[in-house]
Design a protein around this ligand. Sequence first.
Ligand SMILES: [Zn+2]
Length: 284
Amino acid sequence: MMEQPTAKLDEIEQAARAIFDVMPYTGPVDRMRLTWDQEEASTQRDEALRYARAAVRAVTQAPQAAFLDEDEPEACEACGEALQLGDPVYWGDGLLHALCCGPERDGFHNANEAPLADGEPIPRPMIWNGNQGAAELASDARNDELCVDRFGLVMKAKLAAARCKGRAGWDDPAQCSMADLSAMLIDHVAKGDPVDVANFAMMLHNRGGRIETPSPQTGLVAQPLSEWHEDDGFVTWWKFPVNEPSYIGSPLCSDWPGYHTHWTPHPEIPTNADALAAAEGSAE
Ligand SMILES: [Zn+2]
């Protein structure tokens, strides 16, 4: 930031006048305090100017120097704290710390002032550099950090809500195993809320483990031929090891191959896409 020499002089004089006004009065008791412009005040004036030059030099070299152009430092509209250089900020009615805008997507709009569509990210904040006109967009790194912090707020809120409902014990191996945490994480993947999944991942991370995937045995188990009864009807037949397509039918069929040893239920009967389209067409 370049400073005009005259602006600097004004600043020094302004500071010197303020110092002059609070300097201890050393004159005779029966006289009024001297004012800045009085001839007799020259000694005190010079002294005040000396202090002011030192003070202005010191503060303009401080990292917060950019704020000194303003009477008051810029503050966050939400929390009232002074903005620090490098803070991620958004412009609302005034300047706001990025995290003071809250963690929810509905608190934000896109560049066209429209609500955020699904899949549209919360816009990047600007980085406060003391000059509203020249603030720069947050870098990839700063935005990543902010997004993690923002997500952390939502995780904490969900954890707090769960604690209020009496849920506890994730950090106690006696109450909650790594397999339990893994199973709950996988269960919540299917339910679809990324915040729940993140919280279980956080718990696993803090317990120092990996996500244990359930053993594949929970899938289909083939029954032996002896378990098949006429009432089971047409089913899917297998010969282990499986190295050819399965056979669908029953041992009573004329084309029964005769060498299959195990069976699983017949696949679910699907809906016909053509019939579905026709039904939708006639409904309009
Ligand atoms: Zn704030």
